[in-house]
Design a binder for this molecule. Structure first.
Ligand SMILES: [Zn+2]
Length: 339
C-alpha cells in the first residue's frame, strides 16, 4: 500500500482529525512535529521515488511520487551538474544521484540546499566529496548549530523508522551565499541562485534556470495550491516582501516546489500574497479585539479551509491553517506585550 493511500485513509477518518486537533493544545512551539501527525511517514527515505521531468535543454525536475515528500531537480551543463536539495537521508540522495546518472555522467559540481530544514539537506553526505554544497549564510548557521535538534524534530512523525536518521552525518555547506544573488555558469547554461529575504525560513534560496524559466523554490513556495506552512519564526510582512521580490525578479513559468506538484509563478504568487495578507489581517484583528488563541484558530481555520485550495490538499491543509493562525497570533501577541 502506498503512502498516498495511507494519507487518504488518515484524512478520511474523523477521529484521527479530532486527535490531530486535540494534540495541538498544550504543546510547546518547539514540539511542532507532534502537531503534524497527519503527515505521518510522508518523508520516509525508503518510500521516496522520483519521476524525472525534462523542462528544457539540460533542465530537469525530480517530482516525488509520494504525496508531499520533497521534490528535487538538476541542471546539466557542458562542465557538469547542479542539483537542488538532497532530501532527508543518504538513501534518498542516492536515488537523486541515480536519476542524474540516467541523464548524464558529467560530474555533480554543485548541490544547493534551499533551507535548513532536515528534509532539504540531510542527504548531503551521500554526494561525492568534490561536490560543492551551497547554502545561504543563515541556513549554514542553523545547520551548524542546530543539527541535533533539527534531526529530532523531523524524526517523528515524518519517518517510519526514526532510527534510520541516526545514520545521517551533518555535511555542512562549502559555499556560503550572504548576498542576494549568485550566478553559476555550468557551461552553455546559466543557473541563478537567489535569496529574496526572510521568507518561510531565514535563509530560503530559490534556484532559477532562466533559459527554461524554471524556478526551484524549496519551502519558500509550495506546489499545486498549497499555502505556506509557517513552522518557524516567519514574519508575514517580510515574507510578503520576499514573494514580491521573487515575482518582480523572475519569470518562472514552471515552479518546482519543495513539496507538492509543479506550479507556476502566475498561480502561486497571487495565492501566497492573498493568503499571507489575510492571515496577518485576521490574526491582527483577533489580537486587537482581544480574541483568545482558541477563538481565532477555532473560528478561522475552517474559513481558511473553505476559501483556500479546493484541490486534493484541501483537508490536509486544515493543519497548516491551524498552525499558521496560531503562530501568527502568538507572534503578534508577543509584539504587543513587548511594546
Ligand atoms: Zn521541506
Amino acid at each position: 500500500m502506498s503512502i498516498k493511500m495511507n494519507l487518504k485513509n488518515i484524512l478520511r477518518t474523523p477521529l484521527r482529525w479530532v486527535l490531530v486537533i486535540v494534540s495541538f493544545w498544550g504543546l510547546p512551539a518547539t514540539g511542532f512535529a507532534q502537531n503534524l501527525e497527519v503527515l505521518s511517514g510522508v518523508l520516509d527515505p525508503e518510500d521516496a521515488s522520483f519521476e524525472t521531468k525534462r523542462l528544457g535543454k539540460g533542465v530537469y525536475a525530480l517530482v516525488n511520487q509520494v504525496t508531499f515528500s520533497d521534490n528535487s531537480g538538476f541542471v546539466v551543463g557542458e562542465k557538469g551538474v547542479l542539483v537542488i536539495d538532497s532530501h532527508i537521508h543518504g538513501i534518498v540522495a542516492d536515488k537523486i544521484i541515480a536519476a542524474v546518472r540516467e541523464v548524464t555522467d558529467k560530474p555533480i559540481l554543485y548541490l544547493v540546499n534551499t533551507s535548513h530544514n532536515g528534509d532539504h539537506w540531510f542527504g548531503n553526505y551521500a554526494f561525492p566529496a568534490e561536490t560543492k554544497i551551497i547554502a545561504h549564510q543563515a541556513t549554514a548557521h542553523l545547520m551548524a548549530t542546530r543539527f541535533e535538534r533539527l534531526r529530532e524534530n523531523i524524526k517523528v512523525p515524518f519517518v517510519k523508522d526514526p532510527s534510520l536518521l541516526d545514520q545521517v552525518e551533518a555535511r555542512l555547506p562549502d559555499v556560503i551565499l550572504d548576498g542576494a544573488q549568485m550566478d553559476i555558469d555550468l557551461g552553455g547554461i546559466q543557473v541563478q541562485i537567489y535569496h529574496f529575504g526572510y521568507g518561510n525560513s531565514p535563509g530560503d534560496l530559490v534556484v532559477y534556470a532562466p533559459s527554461a524559466h524554471v524556478a526551484w523554490t524549496g519551502n519558500f513556495m509550495l506546489g499545486e495550491g498549497i499555502v505556506p506552512l509557517l513552522i518557524g519564526q516567519a514574519r508575514i510582512p517580510r515574507y510578503l516582501d520576499a514573494v514580491a521580490r521573487f515575482s518582480e525578479t523572475l519569470e518562472a513559468k514552471t515552479i518546482v516546489p519543495g513539496h507538492g506538484g509543479l506550479t507556476s509563478e502566475r498561480e502561486a504568487v497571487p495565492l501566497y500574497m492573498g493568503y499571507l495578507s489575510e492571515l496577518l489581517q485576521v490574526a491582527a484583528h483577533a489580537v486587537e479585539t482581544g480574541l483568545t488563541e482558541e477563538e481565532v484558530t477555532g473560528a478561522f481555520s475552517e474559513a481558511f479551509r473553505t476559501k483556500y485550495t479546493d484541490g486534493p490538499y484541501r483537508d490536509f491543509l486544515t493543519v497548516f491553517h491551524f498552525i499558521n493562525l496560531r503562530n501568527v497570533y502568538q507572534l503578534l501577541h508577543q509584539e504587543q506585550d513587548a511594546s
